[in-house]
Every structure is written in structure tokens, then in C-alpha cells.
Design a protein around this ligand. Structure first.
Ligand code: NAD
Ligand code: UPG
Length: 467
């Protein structure tokens, strides 16, 4: 079977870029991305490419090439489902905030809604692809809903998890380490797998397209994120030990990373990992292990989250203790709010927890981030419900100019590794700060020696004193 018409439900960080790349690479396939959020769809359709709802380097060029040709964004979900022979489900699967599994399990209500809508609208056979990250065995629930419509339509369910990282989404989609496709072992299942393999084969080398059974595919996604996050927590746990012992975490990371069995990637110590996936997916993994009675397995992975929380709190505690045990009324500047550089996404960003801790200590915070808008920052804080919205707005201000944000500040905290922070006129920043002028580099990106020569008092994550 040759796929001619794709529909993707969910025009978010995954659905948008993923489908834009499929459309660009496969001009013979019509791709329609649909979403219930009409303002998001309008933004995807905006003539001004700066207004796309997702900021990703290179995405504007891909969208401008394919949009209107064979890439469409629409709110008409029913029509797109009806026309498609392959439907990707790429809706959000956040951690449950209510009921059984609250705070741990993935909330699958949006997935189920999609399955029910596909079931009620479809008049012809369809391949349904799980693009969202899902707990292992979700495919059987989706199949159950789809197969019980009684209208004679046949559905094949595939799992095709997405491994792109934000900030490098387009690069990752152009040249993925692998594409993973899981499906049913029956002949029809294999045919469906082949149809999706053929889509990717338009630009991904065949040896990088891996096919498995559906459960392996679902579980591989959670496993990959757990392993990646575990590396960050592992090096972050070492950063605490480095600071106590005079070791330098960057030197340790380099020394161990040269061992080809360990490898050098994902060993950058930080103020803690963020992003919409790591925490949510590990909590989900922990929950799944517990439901199968695998308590030791659950405890093992939960430790990755515990260390991450520890790292964020350690960073804010260090700011308070260094500033003579009080930050009350003191101005602290945050450079960066996004969970990593080159994205406007702030979900689970370490900056949020660090800010909340410091606001509890009555600090005055001013934030500068090159891509994150003011409304997003306040929404992140308000969501925690720690204090009133008015208090958040009076204690924390968002600035559009980094020098303005740093003026008259007691301390600067680097929360995101944006490249531009390295190029600032740090002498100018120093001259306009209160003294002693402190810098807390939560990303280890600044040249500490150069800053110390200017007169700053520096703390860099994982760098112990050499004395
Ligand atoms: N963000 C990432 O980098 C990333 C990477 C790999 C996998 N994932 C996974 O992909 C999935 C989507 O993540 P995201 O970051 O794109 O989420 P997102 O919140 O940015 O986008 C999801 C979109 O789905 C829409 N939606 C929800 N229910 C809908 C429905 N019934 N009909 C139509 N639209 C609906 C929402 O309005 C939203 O715009 C999640 O399962 C996530 O775990 C995310
Ligand atoms: O050495 C490192 C690497 C990452 N991070 C932090 O870890 C978080 C996650 O970074 P990254 O993995 O690069 O971005 P994500 O967009 O969250 O991507 C992850 O989560 C996605 C969603 O599931 C997966 O698709 C990707 O493969 C997986 O890398 C960020 O806060 C980073 O700053 C570190 O602190 N040190």
C-alpha cells in the first residue's frame, strides 16, 4: 500500500515539525496537521514565519517550502481524518493531575478522545500511528476502541515514537539516528509497517529504519528517555561531589567520556534537566513498574528524578547561603528561562523551581530570555500555585534587555545555556551591579577566570575550589 494522504492530530512541538519534514521530503503525499487549538493553527498558517508557534532553527524554511503545496494546517479534524489513509496521533500525554496514578501515570484522555473521533468519522480502512509517547500496551486500548465501532472499517495500529530533541528538531528529523516502527506481527500488520517504512525511506537510509513488535517500540521510547535522563542525573550527582572535593565536573566528564563504552554525549552537568518529556516519561515508567509489582525497578528509576530535584534545590540553596543567608529584597537576575537553548519551550524548566525557591525567600527576580515571552514566564509560576498571581508579578519582572535585567543586581544566575550569554560585555554588567557582584553559572558556560579577573565572585556548577 502506498500512502497518499496523511493526517496528524496535534499541531504541537512534535506534530508540527515532524509533519513539516515529512511533507517537505515527500511532495507526493498530502499532509494535513489538525488541532483543536485554533490560535495554534492560525500561527502555523501565519504569513510571517517568525510567528510559527514552535521556534526551531531551520523550521521556517521547511514550512515555507511545503506549506500550501502539500502541507496544510487546519482545525477541521473530522475532514482530515476522513480523507487520510494514515493518521498520526501526536497529542499531549501529560502526567495525570487527578485520580488514580495522580502525579505519576500518563494522562491518556486526549489519546482516547482521538481514538473515539477516528472511530466515529472513518469510512475507509486506516493505519493509525502512535506518535505521542505512550505507556507500553496503549496500542491494545486504542485498538479496542477502534475495533468496536461496528462499521466494518479495519484499523492497523503502529507505534512510531519520536526521538527528536527540541532546539535541534529539524536536524534530528532530517538525519535521525534511527526511526522506530512497531506493529502487529500479522500479515496485515507487516503491510502497515511497510507503508510507514516507505514514507521514511524517502530520506532516511533503510538501515536506520528499525521495525519491532508494537510493545518493544512503545517501551523503547520510555527506556531511551530514562537512560538519557539517568546520564544527566549521574553527572549532576557527581557535580555535588566535585564541588566538595576540588574536582572539576567538566574534567571528570571528559575523562570518563573518552572511554568508548561510556561515550562523551549527555554528560554536561547542569542546574537540572527540564523539558516536557524526561520527568513525565520516567514517572510514567516508575508507575508502570509499580503496577506490575516491580518495586525495586520503580525505585531505581525514581532516583533519577530525586537527584534532579536535589540539583535544582541545591542551586537555589547555594545562592541563598552565598548571599549571606538572605536574599530578602535582593535583586537576582536570571539569564535564561527556557529548559535548554534554542527553544522557546519552558515546560519543567529548572528555572521555574529555582525561581519559586528564591521567591519563597522574598528575592526580587528579573528575568531575561531571548525567546521566552513574559506571559509564559508568569503562567509557569502561577501554575505552581505557591503564591498569588499579583505577588508573582510584583516579585518577578521580565526584561527585554539583558543589561537592563542585570543593572543594580546582587547576583546573576545562568539558567539556560544560550550562546549569546557568552558574548556579553561582562565588564559593563559588572560596573552596573552591586558589589560584591556574584555570578552563579548553572550551566557551566561562562569563562570563570575572565569573570574573576573583572572582579566577579563566581560559582560554576560542579567546579570545586582548587585550593
Ligand atoms: N516535545 C518533544 O520534544 C517531544 C519529543 C518526542 C515525543 N514527544 C511526545 O509527543 C507528544 C506530543 O508532544 P508535544 O510536545 O507536541 O505536545 P504539545 O502540547 O505541544 O501538542 C499537542 C497538541 O495536541 C492538541 N490536541 C490535544 N488533544 C487533541 C484532540 N483531541 N484533537 C486535536 N488536537 C488535540 C493540543 O491542542 C496541542 O496543540 C507527547 O506524547 C510527548 O510526550 C514530545
Ligand atoms: O548533558 C546534558 C544533556 C541535557 N541536559 C538537559 O536535559 C534536558 C533535556 O535535554 P534534551 O534531551 O536535549 O532535550 P529534549 O527536547 O527534552 O529531548 C529529550 O526528550 C525528547 C522527548 O521525549 C526525546 O525525543 C529526545 O530524544 C530527548 O533527548 C534539558 O534541560 C537539557 O539542558 C543536561 O543538563 N545535560
Amino acid at each position: 500500500m502506498k500512502v497518499k494522504n496523511i493526517c496528524c492530530i496535534g499541531a504541537g512541538y512534535v506534530g508540527g515539525p515532524t509533519m513539516a519534514v515529512i511533507a517537505q521530503k515527500c511532495p507526493h503525499i498530502k499532509v494535513t496537521v489538525v488541532d483543536v487549538n485554533s490560535s495554534r493553527i492560525s500561527a502555523w498558517n501565519d504569513e510571517n514565519l517568525d510567528k510559527l508557534p514552535v521556534f526551531e532553527p531551520g523550521l521556517d524554511a521547511v514550512v515555507s517550502e511545503a506549506r500550501g503545496r502539500n502541507l496544510f494546517f487546519s482545525t477541521d479534524v473530522d475532514q482530515a481524518i476522513d480523507e487520510a489513509d494514515m493518521i498520526f496521533i501526536s497529542v499531549n500525554t501529560p502526567t495525570k493531575t487527578y485520580g488514580k496514578g495522580k502525579g505519576m501515570a500518563a494522562d491518556l484522555k486526549y489519546i482516547e478522545l482521538c481514538a473515539r473521533q477516528i472511530a466515529s468519522v472513518s469510512k475507509s480502512n486506516k493505519i493509525v500511528v502512535e506518535k505521542s509517547t505512550l505507556p507500553v500496551r496503549t496500542a491494545s486500548a486504542i485498538k479496542n476502541i477502534l475495533d468496536n465501532t461496528g462499521n466494518g472499517v479495519e484499523f492497523q495500529i503502529l507505534s512510531n515514537p519520536e526521538f527528536l530533541a527540541e532546539g535541534t528538531a529539524v536536524e534530528d528529523l532530517f538525519a535521525p539516528d534511527r526511526v522506530l516502527i512497531g506493529g502487529d506481527t500479522s500479515a496485515k500488520g507487516q503491510e502497515a509497517i511497510q507503508a510507514l517504512v516507505d514514507v521514511y525511506a524517502n530520506w532516511v537510509p533503510k538501515e536506520r529504519i528499525l521495525t519491532t513488535n508494537v510493545w518493544s517500540s512503545e517501551l523503547s521510547k520510555l527506556t531511551a528517555n530514562a537512560f538519557l535522563a539517568q546520564r544527566v542525573s549521574s553527572i549532576n550527582s557527581m557535580s555535588a561531589l566535585c564541588e566538595k572535593t576540588g574536582a572539576d565536573v567538566n574534567e571528570v566528564a571528559k575523562a570518563i567520556g573518552l572511554d568508548s563504552r561510556i561515550g562523551s554525549k549527555f554528560l554536561k552537568s547542569s542546574v537540572g534537566f527540564g523539558g516536557s518529556c524526561f520527568q513525565k516519561d520516567i514517572l510514567n515508567l516508575v508507575y508502570i513498574a509499580k503496577t506490575y509489582g516491580l518495586n525495586e525497578v520503580a525505585d531505581y528509576w525514581e532516583q533519577v528524578i530525586i537527584i534532579n530535584d536535589y540539583q535544582k534545590n541545591r542551586f537555589s540553596n547555594n545562592i541563598v547561603s552565598t548571599l549571606y543567608n538572605t536574599v530578602s529584597g535582593k535583586k537576582i537576575t536570571f539569564l535564561g528561562w527556557a529548559f535548554k537553548k534554542d527553544t522557546n519551550d519552558t515546560r519543567e524548566s529548572a528555572a521555574i523551581q529555582v525561581a519559586d525557591n528564591l521567591l519563597n525567600e522574598q528575592a526580587q527576580i528579573e528575568v531575561y530570555d531571548p525567546k521566552v515571552i513574559e506571559e509564559r514566564i508568569y503562567a509557569d509560576l502561577d501554575y505552581l500555585n505557591t503564591r498569588s498571581e499579583d505577588e508573582n508579578r510584583s516579585l518577578l519582572k521580565v526584561k527585554k534587555d539583558p543589561y537592563e535585567a542585570c543593572k543594580d543586581s546582587h547576583a546573576i544566575a545562568i539558567l539556560t545555556e544560550w550562546d549569546e550569554f557568552k558574548t556579553y560585555d561582562w565588564q559593563r554588567i559588572y560596573d552596573n551591579m552591586l558589589k560584591p557582584a556574584f555570578v552563579f553559572d548553572g550551566r557551566g558556560i561562562l569563562d570563570t577566570k575572565a569573570l574573576e579577573n573583572i572582579g566577579f565572585v563566581c560559582y560554576s556548577i560542579g567546579k570545586g575550589s582548587n585550593k
